[in-house]
Write a protein that binds this ligand. Structure first.
Ligand code: ATP
Ligand code: MG
Length: 593
């Protein structure tokens, strides 16, 4: 990028908003001509589960930065743990990134570098920078020391190079028991940075890898892999989350070693990847981390990774959040160097604003009671034109039918309605959406029909003539509100899935960890169960307007006066299924009071 281009971006940005600290660094690096004026990032998920909303924050940054500064972003699967990884996850990761609207330059794998990493390790052993340790994991841990107390050097630290080389081969032979030996970097057992206390570079797993088959039995560790992959690939800015701050010096050291072995012996050379850390996304009432989400799936707490209660990208997609809504939220919270817990209500407000622009307005009655328009002839039908989306004329219109018998929401009627109740009750007037103004009789006996137990079976009302839009009495002033309805004869039955929060507590991550500690280190579902909401899914029967049978899975809808919904992939024209995405107003705020 030329200096002029950089200056232009800088001044444009200053006009709009200030750059976040990562972009400031990038603009500075570009101005100083680092990495030859190039920007290259990567998104490095481990394919051990489905991506979640936290990953969307990293994706938006990695791909967004590359896009903005004319660079590229590769998708690199961090596949160094063959026990936990699966191609199903690789495919899901690609699908989710594309759905969010980003494009990678290449799909790469850490396993593409296994040979290079091995060769580098051999070289490092030869240079006396690495050795084979044959102590147990417990012994190694004991010798690690504490941040204030130096560790103890392994008795194998100074074993002859030839011996280490030989044992390293053995580690990969498939004949060595896992855990028997490890390859460690020889750095500094007294370093104040614990990651420098002779970190493990390789361990024996004796497991086939889905990409490399049986070629490898010893596999590299994350810290020994990530930086070199970045370096060999040409990554300039390696963006990751705050827990890696203390790993950064080791990242730099391994990159330096790799550069030296490659014959690139200038430690001050600017042509190297730089790691910068930002804060993880953490939302109230949500537990992230693929490991935890896998427990919920395996234990059947939810119906799979794409259950609309899951904070996975595919769960959010199925629930009806749009990629634009998700990204608008991520943009709002921004990137900082401090851990934060963002409110779910902020997320919902962002998606609600977005859905308001794109959702098609329809009518559905979820808790129905019958309303009979006594002065409308039996067997007759009127047809109206309903606007699909007042926010976007291009979305067009559709037809709805009106007849003598309608379904309305039970709570839109009150027998002994107080003065301030502006919906139906004896003597009260309301407008029926897209249709007439109606009025209930003053007398309660004329107003409702009840069964023997006193339950309301029918409500009666009369329409006031010529009060439809465009008619002479349409401007008639009434105190009542506009209520929604569907025609009994013309509507269809549907299944509505209403979701509530999956977690009862605001910060499940901390609560689950504290519970586990208090209860003898219990793990998995046992530590989670006390905090799970047993009523997170409510399935209801609803009556919806006929037009909804023509809608396709994943379409964004607004059930007027109720909330945003979408068509579930399970939905068929014979059995319609809708998911509640989010209410029209902030139910969380109310619940928290
Ligand atoms: P998990 O514990 O959920 O598996 P992870 O950090 O192990 O998360 P990776 O697959 O290794 O997941 O992550 C890929 C990238 O996404 C990393 O750069 C990581 O820092 C980032 N990331 C993971 N979780 C979050 C989060 N909550 N907020 C922002 N970025 C995240
Ligand atoms: Mg991980």
């Amino acid at each position: 990028m030329s200096t002029e281009q950089i200056e232009e971006i800088k001044s444009e940005e200053c006009k709009k908003e200030s750059l976040n600290f990562i972009e400031e660094q990038i603009v500075k690096d570009l101005a100083e001509g680092k990495n030859g004026g190039k920007v290259q990032t990567r998104f490095p998920p481990e394919p051990n589960g489905y991506l979640h909303i936290g990953h969307a924050k990293a994706i938006a940054l990695d791909f967004g930065i590359a896009q903005k500064y004319g660079g590229i972003c590769n998708l690199r699967m961090d596949d160094t743990n063959p026990q936990k990884e699966d191609t199903e996850y690789v495919e899901a990761i690609k699908r989710d990134i594309e759905w969010l609207g980003f494009k990678w330059d290449k799909v790469l794998y850490a396993s593409d570098y296994f040979q290079q990493l091995w060769d580098l390790a051999v070289e490092l052993i030869k240079q006396g920078k690495a050795y084979i340790d044959e102590q147990t994991a417990e012994q190694i841990a004991e010798q690690k020391g504490t941040p204030t107390q130096a560790g103890v050097e392994s008795p194998y630290r100074n074993r002859p190079v030839e011996e280490s080389l030989c044992l390293f081969e053995e580690m990969n032979s498939g004949k060595m028991e896992p855990g028997k030996m490890v390859l460690r970097a020889k750095i500094d057992m007294a370093s104040p940075n614990m990651h420098f206390r002779d970190p493990i570079m390789y361990r024996v797993l004796n497991m086939p890898h889905w990409r490399t088959g049986n070629k490898w039995n010893a596999y590299p560790m994350y810290d020994y892999t990530h930086g070199q992959c970045d370096y060999w690939e040409g990554v300039t800015h390696s963006l990751c989350t705050l827990e890696f701050v203390s790993h950064r010096p080791l990242y730099d050291l391994f990159v330096d070693w790799a550069k030296q072995v490659d014959g690139d012996d200038q430690p001050l050379d600017d042509n190297r990847p730089r790691q910068t850390e930002f804060n993880k996304l953490n939302l109230t009432h949500i537990l992230l981390s693929k490991r935890n989400l896998l427990v919920l799936v395996k234990e059947g707490v939810v119906n799979g990774w794409d259950d609309p209660r899951m904070p996975t990208i595919c769960g959010f997609r199925r629930r009806g959040y749009s990629p634009e809504g998700i990204l608008s939220f991520i943009n709002k919270i921004g990137y900082t160097k401090f851990d934060a817990l963002n409110q779910m209500s902020l997320f919902e407000s962002a998606v609600r604003d977005d859905l308001n622009k794109r959702a098609l307005r329809v009518s559905a009655v979820i808790d129905p009671v019958k309303l009979v328009i006594t002065n409308f002839p039996e067997g007759e039908t009127e047809t109206y034109t309903a606007v699909n989306n007042p926010e976007n004329e291009a979305d067009g219109t559709h037809e709805i039918e009106f007849s003598r018998e309608l379904w309305i929401e039970r709570d839109d009627f009150m027998e002994d309605a107080p003065k301030k109740f502006f919906r139906l009750g004896p003597g009260k007037q309301v407008r029926l959406k897209n249709s007439y103004i109606i009025q209930c009789p003053e007398n309660i006996e004329d107003c409702v029909m009840k069964d023997a137990d006193g339950n309301i079976l029918e409500i009666h009302a009369e329409l006031i003539p010529d009060t439809k839009t465009g008619q002479e009495n349409s401007n008639m002033k009434i105190k009542g509100k506009t209520i929604h309805w569907v025609s009994c004869k013309h509507c269809i039955e549907a299944e509505v899935r209403n979701y509530d929060r999956l977690w009862l507590v605001e910060n499940p991550r901390d609560e689950v960890a504290a519970y586990s500690k208090e209860h003898g280190d219990v793990r998995g579902i046992e530590a989670m169960r006390p905090f799970l909401n047993p009523n997170s899914l409510e399935v209801k029967k609803a009556y919806v307007e006929k037009w909804l049978a023509t809608r396709k899975p994943m379409e964004y809808l607004q059930f007027q006066r109720i909330g945003y919904y979408n068509v579930d992939p399970d939905s068929t024209p014979e059995h319609l299924v809708f998911n509640r995405t989010v209410g029209l107003t902030d139910a969380w705020k109310k619940m928290n009071k």
